[in-house]
Design a protein around this ligand. Structure first.
Ligand code: ATP
Ligand code: MG
Length: 357
């Protein structure tokens, strides 16, 4: 009897349900091809949960997620709820679910599909071989430190404090080393240790943790240099680990290497193998309901789930290869099409990928 993996499926708002439906077809196809078993349970979250249950994160949804091995999320939010009070906003639900599930890192892979190189702002020869992951700390740093204003002799002054403790640094460092171990075994720890005390502690802790991972090559890169190297030789990076704000900026920069938001997967991880997987893009209310959204980011999020939570690398390879094959054959949704008149829809793209697996 194969071991059954439980996946909580949250379709969400806008294009969320359209792209998640295609990702679920990929799950089904994986069962047929590889003999794995998945049990999916759907739950309401975000705007639709506000409309139907009066809260973005119903207790029931949290229970479904907590009893699952992984969560697949479409997208949440939209103009309908933008002017709601704080507790009735979809984004509040996102913060709540991260906290309740103990998710402390955000993972974003960026790799290049050969046939999409022309869509990037960088030259094809610079992009060649780019395949990296940014691991961003999510719970600490300047975003969560004490903030206040005070009057001084020179007028009003504002203060944001940046704090990190050893435990917060250690757990994200371990996670990044573990991920590097499943890849090309190179970790770049990004900090600003020439200026910041938090960065000096960060570096000390990362060096200490590295003793447990002698097979992984560790380098320390200053954040300004990293921002530059991402554009000059992105292929030199394998796994990048960094604190909250640096990660926020660098993961957006890395995302642009691939050209389109409709292609990018992400994961939020906590202790153990549990993870929440979602496309980087939002609910795209401007195209919702038209059947033209690109399902690839969500489908690649399933591949990421297979790698990081289940260790199903062969199945992940199969998905990624299928996506590359379909793109190589010239099929494009509107967001990545050069000739928009030849663009195909969400369902057609999903089916082509399933067939190519
Ligand atoms: P959020 O506020 O939720 O982060 P946003 O409104 O800033 O989201 P998106 O919802 O990601 O951004 O949409 C940005 C643009 O990209 C929109 O024009 C949208 O139509 C387009 N877009 C986003 N995702 C996709 C997709 N999967 N397929 C095609 N186009 C997309
Ligand atoms: Mg938006």
């Amino acid at each position: 009897m194969a071991d059954v993996k439980k996946i909580a499926v949250i379709a969400g708002d806008g294009i969320g349900p359209e792209v998640v439906a295609e990702a679920e077809k990929v799950l089904k196809r994986t069962e047929e091809l590889f003999g794995y078993q998945f049990e999916t349970e759907h739950a309401l979250f975000g705007g639709i949960a506000i409309d139907e249950k009066g809260t973005p994160l119903p207790e029931e949804t949290l229970k479904v997620c907590q009893s699952a091995d992984a969560v697949l999320l479409g997208a949440v939010g939209g103009p309908k709820w933008d002017n709601n009070s704080k507790e009735l906003r979809p984004e509040t639900g996102l913060l709540g679910i991260r906290k309740a599930l103990g998710l402390f890192s955000n993972i974003r892979p960026a790799f290049i599909f050969d046939c999409l190189k022309e869509a990037s702002t960088l030259k094809p020869e610079v992009l060649e071989g780019t395949d990296l992951i940014v691991v961003r700390e999510l719970t600490g740093g300047i975003y969560f430190g004490e903030k206040f204003r005070r009057e001084t002799a020179n007028g009003q002054e504002a203060v944001d404090t940046c704090a990190y403790n050893v435990n917060e640094i250690e757990r994200i460092a371990r996670q990044a080393f573990e991920i590097a171990r499943t890849r090309r075994k190179k970790l770049a720890s990004v900090d600003k240790a020439n200026v910041l005390e938090t960065s000096r502690l960060w570096r000390e802790v990362v060096i200490r943790v590295s003793a447990d991972y002698p097979d992984v090559e560790l380098e320390h890169v200053l954040v300004d240099n990293c921002a530059m190297q991402l554009l000059r030789r992105p292929s030199s990076f394998d796994v990048i680990v960094t604190e909250n704000m640096f990660g926020d900026i660098l993961s957006d920069e890395a995302a642009m290497l691939t050209g389109s938001i409709g292609m990018l997967a992400s994961a939020s991880l906590g202790e153990g193998s549990f993870g929440l997987y979602e496309p980087v893009h939002g609910s795209a209310p401007d195209i919702a309901g038209q059947g033209i959204s690109n399902p690839i980011a969500t489908i690649l999020s399933v591949a990421l789930m297979f790698r990081l939570t289940f260790g199903y690398h062969e199945a992940a390879d199969s998905i990624e290869r299928a996506v590359a094959e379909v793109l190589d054959a010239g099929h494009r949704t509107g967001d990545i099409a050069v000739d928009k008149s030849k663009a195909i829809g969400t369902i057609a793209m999903g089916q082509l990928i399933v067939d190519a697996m």
